[in-house]
Design a protein around this ligand. Structure first.
Ligand code: ADE
Length: 230
């Protein structure tokens, strides 16, 4: 059974890039059933309105609840409690383990908000249809959920069995073992007076593995001490 991901956005063409590369191939081969939807298709007024002014006042516009409810009803129909993700700077932080968890879900629905947010009742309503997760890419603010959704789709998609051709390439990368990746080198062995570390040319696989692990620890300590203490 293919993994299904529905995305709802008022800028569906943001997601055109997902036809490229590994994820594009996964879609063509049927491993990944990725469907991009325009929220305005669930409006019924002449101007296809998706936003309105905020109760209580304040800057910007808020996304109206009804188009979201109609979209979620349609997309969740016939599905057994899908995981409904709303990218939001006010959500839990997205990590590799979140990507792993989402990659094990049969059906994800990702709702991309714009403007100053979505009417809060949408999240309550969505919780009647599936498991709702507000998820932040990190501690900074984007203009909307689209770029965050793209990042999550790529991180989740590549963990779906068969999407990345060689599964070995998934186990030795940054964040899978809680450490940053070791440095990589290719030919030539000397380039612009810079040599590849001798140990990598030694043929001693145990020594190479030990060196790589030391490099992982040193880099993590220097660049991401939070990964060692948290
Ligand atoms: N929408 C706006 N900012 C965001 C962020 N940091 N993460 C996820 N979605 C967002």
């Amino acid at each position: 059974s293919a993994h299904r991901i529905d995305v709802v956005s008022i800028f569906p063409s943001y997601f055109d890039g997902l036809t490229l590369s590994l994820l594009g191939k996964a879609r063509e081969s049927g491993i990944l059933d990725l469907r991009i939807h325009d929220l305005r298709d669930w409006t019924s007024d002449r101007h296809r309105t998706v936003d309105d002014t905020p109760y209580g006042g304040g800057a910007g516009m808020v996304m109206k609840p009804e188009p979201w409810a109609l979209a979620l009803d349609d997309l969740a129909a016939g599905s057994d409690r899908p995981t409904i993700i709303f990218p939001s700077p006010a959500g839990e932080v997205f990590h590799q383990k979140t990507a792993r968890e989402f990659s094990e879900r049969e059906h994800l629905i990702i709702g991309c908000g714009r403007y100053e947010g979505i009417d809060e009742r949408v999240f309550e309503y969505a919780a009647t249809l599936g498991e709702v997760r507000l998820v932040s890419l990190g501690d900074y603010v984007l203009n909307g959920g689209e770029v965050a959704a793209m990042a999550m789709i790529e991180a989740v998609g590549r963990l779906i069995p068969g999407v990345v051709g060689n599964p070995d390439s998934l186990v030795e990368e940054s964040h899978e073992d809680g450490l940053l990746e070791y440095p990589s080198y290719t030919k030539p062995s000397s380039w612009r007076d810079r040599a590849v570390p001798d140990i990598l040319l030694s043929g001693n696989h145990a020594a190479i593995a030990a060196w790589r692990h030391e490099q992982q620890l040193a880099r993590t300590e220097s660049r991401r001490p939070d990964l060692l203490s948290d």
